[in-house]
Write a protein that binds this ligand. Sequence first.
Ligand code: GLC
Ligand code: CA
Length: 593
Amino acid sequence: MPQKNIWWKEGIIYQIYPRSFKDSNGDGIGDLKGIISKLDYLAQLGIDIVWLNPVYGSPNDDNGYDISDYYSIMKEFGSMEDFDELLKGLHDRNIRLLMDLVVNHTSDEHYWFREARTSRNNPYYNYYHWWPAEKGKPPFRHSHFDISGNAWTYNKATDSYYLHYFSEKMPDLNWENEKTRQEIYEMMRFWFKKGIDGFRLDAICYISKDTTWPDVREEIKVKYDNDWANYYAHGPHLHDYLREMHEQTLDGFDVTTLGEASGIDINEALLFVKEDRKQLHMLYHFEGMMLGYEKSGYKRPDPRGINLVKLKKVYTAWDQVFEQDGWGTIYLGNHDQPRMVSRWGNDTEQFRDTSAKMLITFLLTMRATPIFFQGDEIGMTNIRFKKIEDYRDIETINMYKYLQSQNEDLERFLKDQQISARDNGRTPLQWNATPNAGFTEGKPWLKINDDHTYLNVEAQEKDDRSVLQFFRQLVLLRKHKPLLVYGRYELFDAYHPQVYCYTRSLENEKLLIVLNFFAKEVAYQLPYEVDTEPLVNNLLTFQMDGSIVTLAPYQALIFGPLPADVAPLREQETIFYKQYTDTKEKESGEPIL
Ligand code: GLC
Ligand code: CA
């Protein structure tokens, strides 16, 4: 059993994207003072931990993920005094703070890089990765922000190429250099001493590189299925560095680390978070996020939609891996993803609120630390920009340019981006129905979704049945039921194509959770006899006949508590398995709903 009574296992994480949370001075950009003005709102959500996207000095090539000064606050966001006030304000309300730390790369405007690029003899030269031009062309490495992109860029003064897994304004730090690592650890200790409660570690699995720089194109094809993230996440000294980082920074502080684990497979999860390995406390995986996207190219949605059988398989497997050790996290959206209700639920007027509540129920009843992205608590939706000019995200813009250069289908790209683009999740938080949604007095840096006239915090505060109130109630339920944090998870009817049904049990209690993930009504036989009304229902209606419940579209029900040793009414349903395999044969592919 994983260790209990640990705040980062019991807490609920709420992610703040500062640029889009609340603007205090009318420049159209959210800022720290804006967050400070909403501290009571955060407290009233009942969340325990804020993950704040990067707020350090940055020229904003990638919205703060390109850091030019780890020791200061981005001017647009405010000052170090504002930061201290924010931290205190959070702590006064018993909310902890995780800073977002980017140490795979810096901005090219960071002092280290400005020095490094002047001469091969500069002491900072070895803080980065270089390929000397006299050796010919560097071995191909792929840059994530430009699919054709070469991750090496030529620098004249040193007559060498520098490496950047992301944009050319984000050179990768050389972790193989002990000095670089020491500077990073020192900086981390600076923030811990300030009193922050931990770090979300950006692209952390990419930090170690094979500096013999082999030509890996063939290996990427064969071993990594053409997935560069996977290759990047398997550098030779990754685990040595994580252990060293833990040793040199965490000791003596009650803090946590949450790693972004792009490119990591479930079989490797424990290598990172097994307690006695002393590396990371938690990570978040991408396996769930990639469901329903085609494998190669940009995040191109599979027109067949999402396969619930696969989704259950992924989340069940990720639960099991932490059954004995380590700890998981769960999320359905963040600043790198579209809106959760648009992607996994249904954002039409008819089903938006219900499906948002169903997804909230899912996240708050699984055995993992739940991470919500700002706006999820009111069910914010994708903005679905029609024109490239509306986008601000470097990922979308660079991909568009690249596809344009290749004469590819740009219309299709724009249509796909309406589903998958990161800017869908980044539009300003909708506080009220006024023209700028109460976000700013000025011109917002990114357009505000038109639906703010009816979908906003103020309206939902007044409505007892809003998504916001439902969110608060379920947060309270999780807090009062350790079972929802630590209890055993058991899946029922893995192959049921429409219903996700599971139990959580601890000591002598059990809860039964039944979720309809689709817009179709479905009759479903419960695996246990329940003689009471559900404890939680995201709708007003409830229809049950014997043990058969008729679930309305996107209905979410929680039954119980039942005694933990209650006998199931029936075996796991195998008929769905048969249907599943039949369809599979027929379509020679996985069945998709
Ligand atoms: C991570 C961040 C993303 C950023 C990238 C480069 O994936 O979440 O927003 O663009 O790293 O730092
Ligand atoms: Ca501002």
